[in-house]
Design a protein around this ligand. Sequence first.
Ligand code: ARG
Length: 458
Amino acid sequence: MSKLWGGRFTKETNKLVEKETASISFDQKLANEDIQGSIAHVNMLATTGTVTQEEAETIVNGLKSVQSKLNNNELAFSVEHEDIHMNIEKFLIDEIGPLGGKLHTGRSRNDQVATDMHLYLKKHTEEIIELVKSTQEAILIISKENVETILPGYTHLQRAQPISFAHHMLAYFWMLQRDKERLIDSLKRVSGSPLGAGALAGTTFPIDRHQVANELGFDYVYPNSMDAVSDRDFILEFMSVSSIMMMHISRLAEELVIWSSQEFQFIELDDSFCTGSSIMPQKKNPDVPELLRAKTGRVYGNLIGLLTVLKGLPLAYNKDMQEDKEGMFDTVETLEASLMMLAPMIETMTVKKDNMKQAVSEDYSNATDIADYLVTKGVPFRQAHEVIGKIVLYGIDNQKYLLDLSMEEYKTFSDHFEEDIYHVLAPEQVVANRHSFGGTSQTQVKEQLELAMQAMNK
Ligand code: ARG
């Protein structure tokens, strides 16, 4: 099969080289973007007089027909034509004859591939932003239902202070909010048009890069042709933001795994999000959150992979850059699938409020509150801390929680204790008392929910 660039060659390409240098097996995902870019390019060539209106129309119609044939699986890509750009150009020439060869006037695959990548990533970033919103919605729903649900809050995975379950879940809402803001911000940079940069130095043809950018929905044109064809930092930025987001998702996933264990039993995931064991009939495994936790690895890997590919590359285009694609596709697909599973999994999980409550009544997580109580009675905090430490030790030795100790027992530790201590120590009260801005009190959490809903509409 003859190559589109075959003119200067005297030998056939080695078959293994042909296979290994080709990118068609993966860059065929860019077919729609490639055709979209080509249509904008040829329309511009007509406006600026490089091809006639009629020629442009024939080429555009040819491209559209190639696109519909591709959608109907009527065309087969070939490794001989290396990548999506040359495969489509070949299909076009097969469709409309030698006129198809005019399409590539005034451009190079270097600005073409960069354009395809920007179009692809812009579209998917917008989609992912919507998926993040759906996940935030799911968190809002479960939070609204659980403002009054109390469970132990942890530090070092040791019970620390009781909190509202809504407060715990809303923490993830805000992480996702920042991730979403980072994605929205990245749209500014992914919205640049490299087309018209040519191979690296621009072109001799009278092109109009702004017309092309407008037609493709880009916000600006890269001002430097060499930067335009060799920039891949818009992909790195997406991968960095994605890595941070997957890290957040993996933390939430880990909590879901822990909470659904027999030891915790704070939640139960819906059957439709779990799988069984091939040997142990009693098992209901939280595979989905486990996989979400694990998928973080490939998203980080894709980032590090591309950073490494680009490091030390001289300007402008180098074939190394073809390695930007699989990692980007994989990150997009991983993120989309992860978010698509996460939202309904949160919406359908059962919150076992009684078990959470039970847990709080069987621990010392109200200890800080007795310390604070003594402080309100005039005892310096450090001294109060010491006294309560002794009370906790006494409780552990005598198998009693703080609410179980009698007034006589309290009095042996400090004269300042009065009957009102029992009110202060009740879990609902412990939570209610943390009403500083951003705290876990039911009133603060309700205000936080308002802020979260406002943030969603921004
Ligand atoms: N398949 C190539 C890539 O993805 C397209 C650009 C090729 N340009 C070139 N001069 N070989 O990077």
